[in-house]
Ligand binder design. Structure first.
Ligand SMILES: CC(C)(COP(=O)(O)OP(=O)(O)OC[C@H]1O[C@@H](n2cnc3c(N)ncnc32)[C@H](O)[C@@H]1OP(=O)(O)O)[C@@H](O)C(=O)NCCC(=O)NCCS
Length: 133
């Protein structure tokens, strides 16, 4: 999982990733083929809101629907746990992720300038989990 997050330019340390497994509010879903991890998604469910923290797919397994499937499953579990909305942030210019989240029903609700360490802007997106798409 750490290798995949590094490939995807996700600024999480190994320690941060490992800490996710100890959090009660954290949901982690992993896509595997054989002994190989192909991708994963991590979300937090807090006070009726699902926060999508990380979504990443191994470079050689991208564009095969794995990212979409992981996100859809997380949203389904989050909704089942009683969450009524889902939030996420992504780096401006990450067009693949932006399209994926848009197809999954997320809309842009704001921007945070210079949010990332390198000065990139974050785009905030939200989805109402009470509406059927
Ligand atoms: C964003 C990310 C998770 C998408 O994962 P993915 O598994 O490639 O996602 P999908 O396969 O569901 O969709 C990606 C594209 O493949 C296309 N696709 C899906 N299945 C396909 C198939 N069988 N044949 C051809 N194309 C396909 C989708 O239509 C989509 O096309 P688009 O980019 O033109 O809209 C991946 O690119 C990644 O790990 N990026 C780095 C980390 C990152 O940016 N994470 C998101 C922010 S936290």
């Amino acid at each position: 999982m750490y290798r995949i997050s590094q490939e995807g330019n996700i600024e999480w340390s190994l320690g941060q990733l490992q800490a996710e497994f100890d959090l009660e509010l954290s949901i982690i879903l992993v896509s595997v083929s054989g002994a190989q991890v192909d991708g994963f998604v991590c979300g937090w469910h807090v006070s009726g809101e699902l926060q999508v923290m990380l979504l990443a797919v191994s470079r050689n397994r991208q564009r095969q629907g794995i990212g979409t499937a992981l996100l859809e499953k997380l949203l389904c579990i989050g909704k089942g746990l009683g969450n009524t909305s889902a939030y996420l942030e992504l780096r401006e210019g990450n067009e693949t992720a932006m399209r994926l989240y848009g197809r999954a029903g997320f809309s842009e609700v704001g921007r945070r300038r210079r949010y990332y360490e390198n000065g990139d802007t974050a785009i905030l997106m939200c989805k109402d989990l009470t509406i059927q798409f």
